[in-house]
Design a protein. Sequence first.
Length: 394
Amino acid sequence: MSNPWFETIAEAQRRAKKRLPKSVYAALVAGTERGLTVSDNVVAFDELGLAPHVAGLCDQRELSTTVMGQPVSLPVLISPTGVQAVHPDGEVAVARAAAARGTVMGLSCFASKPIEEVVAANPRTFFQTYWIGDKDEMSQRIERVRAAGAVGLIATFDWSFSHGRDWGSPAIPDKIDAKAALKFGPEVALRPRWLYDFARSGAIPDLTVPNVAIPGEALPTFFGAYGKWMQTPNPSWEDVAWLREQWGGPFMLKGVVRVDDAKRAVDAGVTAISVSNHGGNNLDGTPATIRALPVIVDAVGDQVEVLLDGGVRRGSDVVKALALGARAVMIGRAYLWGLGANGQAGVENVLDILRGGIESTVLGLGHSSIDQLSRDDLFVPADFTRTLGDTGGS
Ligand SMILES: Cc1cc2nc3c(=O)[nH]c(=O)nc-3n(C[C@H](O)[C@H](O)[C@H](O)COP(=O)(O)O)c2cc1C
């Protein structure tokens, strides 16, 4: 067998593409419409230059920080994603990898594994919820998550049900039955290692979402839950405050790209925001999150923790986000590709690549800690930053 270790995220992506059935891989690539946002998330990082020193570098570098009260050994967290059918251990494998590398697991309500199993694998788990069902149902979900021991709640409200990709959306069955087996059989047959992993685990991907289950009822399917979400009236800012209050603990609003929204999030009492465009899965044409970050940090960075997600593929990307004021970043596709390429070890591999890249960049920039990073470490082109939303005239 060739060496399972890979040295870049790009290589993890290549391996995931080779190992996963076509439809599963296509679901991870995701993105909407033309793919402008998904691509800008990545290329915007390339526009930022680094300003290394030649001598006087530090022998030790401190990469640890805290996010919503949780210590993390590097400023990279697992962003919540529904990891349907990538690997039999799914989010439990991701949670174990995050625990092994000293960081927080973000678990999606559309995940394939129940919150109880994920918290058992990594007690530092933040549960992410969409606004699905009525308030009674949401309260019950929150109670379950609290009882399971999650240490933070992430509310993701930046979803506009836009669909259609110019490169084509994968066909995803509602459940795996004889009809689906017949339809997907040929592409699965071309990926024997993926099939072998599932066969060995004794489980087939069932495409259910156990974390939005109603007690006493059958587990909803992914599309069943999605349909209910589409029918739920959209949340207001009062609902954000209601959810935060129901939870009562550390609370992050994910999906903020506008300054006025960042200020409203502060008013709603959140602990943290993630400057995020859902990895280019919401409105196509939204600029890269790294372009929106500096103005948001200037507006609310002294009142809430500001994180960023979208397009992080290298340790130097993490450093650029921190230099522009993020406390930490969250990653999505990077760890999904690691999981697809080599299960738990693949996710650990991805976190190790990012740690190595952060170390090298902080070293070159002449710092002994990520706390010392600042805008002086970067070359930022004049037209790089985007100001989205009303800044209130200041
Ligand atoms: C396949 C896939 C599924 C996702 N599912 C969710 C989800 O269930 N909840 C959520 O808040 N964000 C979800 N996201 C968005 C990620 O949490 C994150 O914002 C995004 O992936 C960051 O961009 P990156 O993939 O370039 O790192 C998903 C992203 C992808 C690619």
